[in-house]
Ligand binder design. Structure first.
Ligand SMILES: NC(=O)c1ccc[n+]([C@@H]2O[C@H](COP(=O)([O-])OP(=O)(O)OC[C@H]3O[C@@H](n4cnc5c(N)ncnc54)[C@H](O)[C@@H]3O)[C@@H](O)[C@H]2O)c1
Ligand SMILES: N[C@H](C(=O)O)[C@H](O)COP(=O)(O)O
Length: 349
């Protein structure tokens, strides 16, 4: 650890995807782009093969979490988690699911033990993990499960992870995450909206430097229900949540028609938006900033960020995948960890 500050723990993601490409590129451009020190948790041989395939001159060094920050200056530090079978760029193999999952688990364990500053995850392919029996919709839900286990509550203590897409032009989170659209109305509750907004307001204040965040809340139905003529959820579920948030002192407002809350003038009126389901939030997020937005999981007892994109299998090993979002994720994880350290130092002084 340089200056007693550990490095970030970066999980390798699906080894057939672009994660390895991006990790190599991020390390190569670490000085120019201000990439904080990280160690990759993954298969050393796979990484070496990908560097060779891409023609990238990246020295790799087997490391420990304690040594990684110092190693980072002269090599890409690797904490080895071996693959079961050799990775083929663009062709995922469920046989490697165990190693992919272990890399995520280890990143969380090291971060919870203070041996890493935060968790940053390279993209996984959900369907490939499902094929291996992975029982979680994605990283977000699995990370919440690991947090529950660490807290001694394997059945789940109802910890609600919040999937925040954070970019220069928009911060937005869906209340419901990786569920089919037909299940959204049933899953949408006043309590879920209040919890999501409360976590976002808290984290914006203590991890993003926004002391009194303004939270815009979307409706569910067209025109936010058109005074009840186009759906009841907006008035019956969302409006009461906003009332409760305001009574708690959180500057939430809505429910807003989702189609007119993301243009520039509307975005100038809030610090974060909450939507009711995945694509209602992620379409504007990825439209406005596909290469510079970050997926940050809030509500966990540790910091976790990830690029806002996936494995992009057709691009793996081709030298065309852009590392912008991974670099942004690494930098955001570093700044969130710094803010957390500063606020805990402040509170103990
Ligand atoms: N956080 C995560 O781990 C995460 C996020 C999103 C999707 N996924 C998973 O990734 C897999 C593929 O998902 P998808 O195809 O819907 O989305 P994707 O983000 O992998 O790809 C969408 C499009 O964007 C392009 N793209 C993605 N990243 C890029 C980059 N860094 N540089 C240049 N172009 C890039 C791809 O080529 C493709 O055309 C799925 O299994 C999905 O579940 C994982
Ligand atoms: N839904 C996010 C997106 O589309 O970018 C991403 O898949 C999140 O997945 P994780 O829970 O694996 O971070």
């Amino acid at each position: 650890m340089t200056g007693n500050r550990p490095a970030l723990a970066l999980s390798m993601g699906d080894p057939a995807g672009i994660g390895p490409d991006l990790a190599l590129t991020a390390w190569l451009n670490r000085a120019e782009l201000g990439v904080p020190a990280f160690f990759l948790i993954g298969d050393m041989a796979m990484l070496a093969e990908r560097a060779n395939l891409l023609g990238l001159n990246v020295p790799l060094r087997e490391t420990t979490p304690e040594q990684a920050a110092a190693d980072f200056a002269t090599a890409l530090p690797v904490l080895p988690v071996p693959l079961a079978v050799a990775a083929r760029p663009g062709t995922p193999d469920p046989a490697n699911a165990g190693a992919v999952i272990e890399a995520i688990r280890l990143a969380v364990e090291l971060t919870l033990n203070g041996r890493a500053r935060a968790v940053v995850t390279c993209p996984i392919a959900k369907s490939v993990l499902y094929a291996s029996g992975f029982a979680f919709p994605g990283h977000t839900e699995y990370l919440a499960h690991l947090a529950d286990l660490a807290a001694g509550s394997p059945e789940g203590r109802g910890l609600r992870p919040v999937m925040l897409l954070a970019g220069p032009q928009l911060r937005v989170a869906p209340v419901t995450i990786h569920i089919p659209l037909r299940q959204v109305p049933e899953a949408l509750t006043t309590e879920a909206i209040v919890e999501t907004a409360t976590i976002i307001a808290r984290d914006l204040a203590c991890r993003f430097g926004v002391p009194a965040p303004r939270i815009a809340v979307s409706g569910l139905n067209p025109h936010a229900g058109e005074d009840g003529a186009l759906g009841a959820e907006d008035a019956a579920i969302i409006a009461p949540a906003i009332a409760r948030l305001r009574a708690q002192g959180i500057d939430a407002f809505g429910p807003l028609p989702a189609d007119t809350m993301f243009h520039a003038e509307a975005r100038a009126g809030y610090d974060a938006a909450i939507c009711m389901y995945h694509d209602q939030a992620l379409i504007p997020a990825k439209t406005l900033g596909f290469h510079d937005s970050v997926n940050a999981t809030l509500g966990l007892p540790f910091i976790r960020t990830s690029p806002d994109h996936g494995t992009a299998f057709p691009l793996a090993g081709k030298g065309v995948a852009r590392a912008d979002s991974l670099v942004a994720a690494l930098r955001l994880a570093g700044s969130m960890a710094d803010a957390e350290t500063a606020s805990s130092t402040e509170s103990t002084s």
